[in-house]
Ligand binder design. Structure first.
Ligand code: SAM
Length: 471
């Protein structure tokens, strides 16, 4: 990912970001951070970039021309390389306050431009021309935008694959949700008479996880009652969905993995947006309630147009959904869930490995799923695809769909009936268990072979079907 920072103080940004984790990621080339000096673009012969504001008032204002020309030069470079105009974030106390899900959204961009103001800010006209997002780091006023831009670069960069040591993609990060982190301890076991809590030395991972969750809850309640309130709503929503656990596992897992934006929750229905896929997941009591909920949430036609993927849990909604969002029914699925905690046995001697970009053409050639262009590549890049090998040759693969279900399973023709599909899926289920997730897949209703495979692996099927709709 490439960060471009437009600033009057490039050295502040460069010096501030070139050490520790972010500095190492820059060294490795996982990210690039380039500060562009706005002053170099001024047409003023004295290199002036600011002037008095019209109408009077304190301080000076950055002028439009140098900012605009600096941006044009950066944009030209980006468009040449990526074919796409970048998002431009003006860091300003007047913007929406930066938070983790904004960082997650920004991390999906290949290029991101930050514009830093100084003095009293920037001439409004150039902001109108180039800015796509106005973002603040909090309700206080700093002297310049360099620190806010650095804060955002740091928060976004650590979500880029390969920046953090564990190499986990944001799609496989474990759920912390709205809770603050639990307290942590390192050596020695005792310091100034204070002991590390016994449970952390017990080696019992289940107990440790339980203790950490409890601590997170207590801490959040004490320190951030606003977040705790959100947590309670999520918990209530989870309990509501648990009444039909198998059927709602897609929604439950999106919530538990921290990948859901909860848009509506009452007794008559739940609507959430899964963040990785952008898909809306919806369940409702009946058609009348369903229509009422969706009409209130998507009251604006432009909002409706943005809905590209929708998972409906009730068939009775489909005709309305097709018309309301101008989408079509694409797939009918049965949800299968692995409800146990114990890992599955994987047949001995199976050579299963994570796949890298070198396998893209093999995957694209063999994957038959109904997905948009670039989908396989994006899943491969995010590190969720695994292959099975026979004598060093790829014989099949499996992965995770963007919305979190286990899938994309293909075994190549000459390698079928050797137990590879079962081994791959068992292996993948175990990976999800390790993350503390409940593994689930969505099988097309007519795919008898896959349904039998799920049964043989002891996955339970939901009684009702669910429906994928899309543009
Ligand atoms: N006159 C401006 C106003 O009232 O909105 C404040 C200007 S401030 C002194 C100078 C620059 O610092 C801003 O243009 C902005 O880029 C940056 N800045 C200051 N506080 C910020 C904050 N809380 N979040 C993001 N950027 C900030």
């Amino acid at each position: 990912m490439n960060f471009h920072i437009l600033t009057l103080f490039p050295e502040t940004v460069e010096n501030g970001l070139n050490s520790s984790v972010i500095g190492k990621a820059m060294e490795k080339g996982t990210i690039t951070v380039k500060a562009h000096n706005i002053r170099e673009y001024t047409t003023d012969k004295h290199k002036k970039v600011d002037d008095y504001p019209y109408g009077g008032g304190a301080g000076m204002l950055m002028q439009a021309q140098p900012v605009f020309d600096c941006f044009l030069s950066v944009k030209e470079e980006i468009v040449k390389r990526s074919g796409k105009s970048p998002r431009v974030v003006y860091v300003t106390p007047q913007g929406a306050v930066f938070h983790q899900s904004m960082a997650e959204e920004f991390a999906k961009e290949e290029n991101l431009v930050f514009l830093c103001g100084h003095y009293e800010g920037i001439d409004e006209r150039v902001l109108e021309e180039i800015v796509t997002d106005y973002v603040s780091i909090g309700d206080y006023v700093l002297t310049g935008g360099e620190l806010p831009a650095m804060v955002m670069v740091d928060a976004v960069a650590r979500l880029v694959d390969g920046v953090l040591h564990n190499g986990e993609s944001s799609q496989t990060e474990s759920f912390q949700g709205p809770l603050l982190e639990y307290p942590q301890y390192s050596r020695p076991e005792e310091w100034r008479g204070k002991k590390v809590p016994d449970v952390l030395l017990s080696g019992n991972h289940q107990k440790i996880e339980q203790w950490r969750l409890e601590q997170s809850v207590v801490r959040t309640k004490e320190r951030r009652p606003d977040l705790y309130q959100k947590y309670e709503i999520l918990k209530n929503c989870e309990n509501h969905l648990l009444k039909n656990k198998l059927f709602h596992m897609d929604m439950l897992e999106a919530l538990r993995r921290g990948n859901a934006r909860l848009l509506y929750f009452e007794e008559d229905g739940v609507l959430l947006q899964e963040k990785n896929s952008g898909a809306y997941l919806f369940t409702t009591k009946d058609r009348t309630s369903g229509e009422k909920i969706l009409r209130s949430i998507f009251s604006d036609p432009p909002q409706r147009e943005k809905v590209k993927l929708f998972v409906s849990h009730q068939e009775c909604m489909n005709a309305f959904l097709c018309e309301f969002f101008s989408i079509n029914l694409e797939m009918e699925c049965i949800q299968a869930v692995y409800t146990r905690k114990e890992p599955l046995p994987v047949k001995r001697g199976m050579d299963i490995r994570k796949l890298d970009a070198g396998f893209l053409s093999a995957l694209e050639k063999h994957y038959h799923g109904y997905v948009e262009a670039g989908y396989v590549e994006s899943q491969l890049k995010s590190g969720v695809m695994y292959g099975i090998f026979e004598e060093k040759k790829l014989a099949g693969f499996i992965g995770m769909h963007k919305e979190g279900s286990v899938g994309m399973l293909e075994i190549f023709e000459n390698y079928r009936n050797k137990g590879y599909a079962k081994a791959l899926e068992a292996f993948y289920i175990n990976l999800h268990l390790k993350n503390g997730w409940t593994p689930f897949c969505q099988v097309e209703t007519e795919n008898e072979k896959s349904l039998r495979l799920q049964e043989s692996l002891n996955l339970y099927m939901a009684k009702e079907q669910l429906y994928w709709l899309g543009k």
